[in-house]
Design a binder for this molecule. Structure first.
Ligand code: ZN
Length: 136
């Protein structure tokens, strides 16, 4: 049944116009058992994009593991936090999403920096051996 928004008379669902006052009737409700239309996810301005953080953290982890195996695994922390961004946004927790994004970024930077750190240690070790060779 539909109720005329203008005069309040009730009509069958297949009526498009009120036959008493001529006002258009609202569209019929979805049939019982039909899949409810999911509410559109709200768009948060300035919300961190989980996919961007995810891609960068995965790349940093691969890079870190390739050049500096055990230390590069720290990038997994970035992946974990990046995957939490989506969940936080789903709960409407914009602050939580930003926190997860920042933590993801820290791990991503650490993982991406691990080859540089390895390079630095390599250079130091190299210099050490050169000096050791010179002064030995
Ligand atoms: Zn009416």
């Amino acid at each position: 049944m539909k109720t005329c928004p203008h005069c309040g008379t009730r009509w069958e669902d297949d009526c498009c116009f009120c036959q008493r006052c001529g006002a258009p009737l609202p569209p019929p409700p979805p049939p019982y058992g039909a899949a409810p239309v999911p509410p559109p996810r709200p768009v948060y301005p300035g919300a961190p994009s989980s996919s961007t953080y995810l891609v960068f953290s995965i790349l940093a982890t691969l890079l870190g593991c390739f050049f500096c195996f055990p230390f590069g695994l720290i990038g997994i922390g970035g992946i974990v936090y990046a995957s939490q961004i989506e969940g936080a946004l789903g709960r409407g927790d914009l602050a939580g999403a930003h926190t997860a994004a920042n933590r993801s970024l820290i791990f991503t930077v650490l993982a991406a920096a691990s080859p540089l750190i390895a390079l630095l240690f390599g250079l130091l070790a190299g210099f050490g051996s050169i000096f050791g060779w010179l002064f030995w």
